[in-house]
Design a protein around this ligand. Structure first.
Ligand SMILES: [Zn+2]
Length: 122
């Protein structure tokens, strides 16, 4: 990830599978849709959420181990993939959602660099 702000003006691309070297969030969600949607839809949101939570647990273990960077990166990828899967099943456009909520700054304090109290969730 970069620290560049998301560009809300970037046009959505329909070519999702040719450019796998640096995907936008929309492209990634579309790749996941193509790969898994039929199974995801038949499993349903509850079953999908359980798999997502299992992946979150695996990410927690990888973060705790902290000595296998490759595995840690894979666990981040898995969590994002399962999040994209859930968004597909729920009919949510992730790129649009994060752009609306975060491009204008912190959702609570509205600053580009959050100034919310550390003890509160931003
Ligand atoms: Zn804030």
């Amino acid at each position: 990830m970069t620290n560049q702000p998301l560009d809300a003006s970037t046009p959505k691309s329909n070519s999702t599978q040719q450019d796998t070297n640096g995907l936008t969030l929309t492209q990634f969600q579309s790749v996941i849709h193509t790969m898994f949607f039929e199974k995801d839809q038949s499993r349903g949101i509850e079953g999908t959420f359980m798999w997502f939570m299992e992946e979150v647990g695996e990410l927690a273990s990888a973060l705790r181990d902290n000595n296998d960077r490759e595995n840690l990166a894979e666990e981040f990828a898995d969590v994002l993939a399962w999040l994209a899967t859930m968004a597909n099943v729920a009919g949510i456009d992730l790129e649009q959602a994060v752009t609306r909520k975060y491009v204008q700054g912190c959702p609570r304090c509205h600053q580009t660099v959050c100034t919310c109290d550390l003890s509160r969730k931003p």
